[in-house]
Write a protein that binds this ligand. Structure first.
Ligand SMILES: *Cc1c(COP(=O)(O)O)cnc(C)c1O
Length: 359
C-alpha cells in the first residue's frame, strides 16, 4: 500500500528519509555487523551519536551548548509533570502555572501532588478555545510553567514572555516547529513522538545555571545527575534517540528550523482558509486567528451527521487520523513538521468541495 496522509496527533508522521535510514540501522548499524537494536549504549559508535544528538537538539532550537544541556529521559512528557516540581519546587514556594488546555491542566493536577500551585492564567471558561492571558507572577513562585502548543484544543503561543523566575515550557507538540525566543526558557521538555521522533524518549533542555538550583533527589529523578552523566546514568532509549538525530539531520537538510516553520505557516494557512470559506458547514474551533495552532488544526461541522460523513469521505481518500481528541470531539488535523504540503492541499480541497455539496 502507498503512504496515506497521516493526520495522527501522536505518535505521528515522520519524514520518509528518516524511516528509510532508521530501517537500515535496524538491519545493520554503521558497518558494525549488528543492528543498532543490539548495540551496547556504552559502545563508542553509539556514544558518538548520543553526544551529537544532545548537542543537535540544543543547536536546532537556536541555543548554545555553552548555556544549555540536553537530557534524554523516560516516562513521556507526563513524567516531567512530576519531575519539574520535584527538581524546582522548594518548600515555602509555589509553581506558577498557565492553564491553556488539557495538558496544562494535567501538569497542574500533577504538580499539586508535590507542592503548592498558583494558576496565573486560564482559558478554561472558554473551553480553552483561546490562549489564556498570563497574569502577575506571585512573589512565592519558584518557576512559571506553560504549554506552548495546546495539542488537543488547537491553540499555540507564537511569542514566549521573558520572566523574572525560571520559565518552564512543555513543547511536546511544537518543538522544532516554530521560531520563537527559546532563550526565554530555562527548561523545555517534549515527548519526542509528535514532532521530533518516535515514542520512547523525552527531550529535556535545561539551562546549565538552573542545574545548580535543582533539588537533590534520587538519581533517576534528578536533572543534575542526568546532566552529570550525560543521560547515560542507566540505559537510555538508544533507538528513539538515534531517530531523533535523523530528524534533526532532516530539519537541517530542509534549511533549518526557520525554513520548516515557514512551511508550517503555509501548510496551516491552506487548511484554515478552506475552513473559514466553508461556513456554515465548517467552523474553526479557535475563532481568533492569532491564537490558532500551526500544528493541530481543530474544527467542527454543522452537525454530528455531517461530521461522520466528512470523516468517512476523508478516510476513503487516504486521509487518516482526523477525528478530534476523544475528550473534545470534532475534527483535528495534526500537521507536524514532517507532514507534507500536498496533504494539506488535499484536505483543504476536500473541505471546500464538501461544503459546496452540503451547503
Ligand atoms: C502529548 C502531550 C503530552 C503527553 O505526552 P506523553 O509523552 O504521552 O506523556 C504532554 N503535553 C503535551 C503538550 C502533549 O501534546
Amino acid at each position: 500500500m502507498g503512504r496515506i496522509f497521516n493526520f495522527s496527533a501522536g505518535p505521528a508522521i515522520l519524514p520518509e528519509p528518516v524511516l528509510a535510514q532508521a530501517s537500515d540501522a535496524v538491519r545493520e548499524f554503521a558497518g558494525s555487523g549488528m543492528s543498532l537494536l543490539e548495540m551496547s549504549h556504552r559502545d563508542k559508535r553509539y556514544d558518538a551519536i548520543h553526544e551529537q544528538v544532545r548537542a543537535g537538539v540544543v543547536e536546532t532550537l537556536g541555543l548554545s551548548t555553552n548555556d544549555y544541556d540536553c537530557l534524554f529521559m523516560g516516562g513521556g512528557a507526563s513524567t516531567q509533570f512530576s519531575l519539574v516540581p520535584m527538581n524546582l519546587l522548594t518548600p515555602g514556594h509555589s509553581g506558577a502555572y498557565v492553564d491553556g488546555g488539557e495538558w496544562g491542566a494535567k501538569a497542574i493536577e500533577t504538580a499539586r501532588f508535590h507542592g503548592d500551585v498558583d494558576v496565573i492564567g486560564s482559558s478554561k471558561a472558554d473551553n480553552h478555545s483561546r490562549l489564556p492571558v498570563i497574569g502577575d507572577v506571585p512573589s512565592r513562585a519558584a518557576y512559571v510553567h506553560l504549554t506552548t502548543n495546546n495539542t488537543i484544543e488547537g491553540t499555540q503561543m507564537s511569542n514566549v514572555p521573558s520572566m523574572s523566575v525560571p520559565l518552564v515550557g512543555d513543547l511536546s507538540s511544537d518543538i522544532f516547529g516554530r521560531v520563537r525566543e527559546h532563550a526565554n526558557f530555562d527548561l523545555m521538555y517534549a515527548g519526542a513522538q509528535k514532532n521530533a521522533g518516535p515514542a520512547g524518549v523525552t527531550l529535556v533542555v535545561i539551562r546549565k545555571s538552573l542545574l545548580a538550583q535543582c533539588s537533590t533527589l534520587a538519581p533517576m529523578f534528578s536533572y543534575k545527575v542526568q546532566a552529570d552523566k550525560h543521560s547515560v546514568y542507566n540505559t537510555p532509549p538508544v533507538f528513539p534517540i538515534y531517530v531523533v538525530g535523523l530528524v534533526l539531520d532532516w530539519i537541517a537538510a530542509e534549511g533549518g528550523m526557520a525554513a520548516v516553520a515557514a512551511r508550517n505557516e503555509r501548510k496551516a494557512a491552506l487548511i484554515y482558509n478552506a475552513i473559514d470559506h466553508a461556513a456554515p458547514v465548517f467552523s474553526a474551533a479557535v475563532p481568533d486567528a492569532a491564537d490558532r495552532s500551526l500544528m493541530n488544526i481543530t474544527f467542527r461541522l454543522a452537525s454530528k451527521e455531517l461530521e461522520t460523513e466528512f470523516l468517512a469521505e476523508a478516510k476513503a481518500n487516504d486521509m487518516d487520523g482526523l477525528p478530534g481528541h476523544r475528550n473534545v470531539g470534532g475534527c483535528r488535523a495534526s500537521i507536524y513538521n514532517a507532514f507534507p504540503e500536498a496533504g494539506c492541499k488535499a484536505l483543504a480541497d476536500l473541505i471546500s468541495d464538501f461544503a459546496v455539496r452540503k451547503g
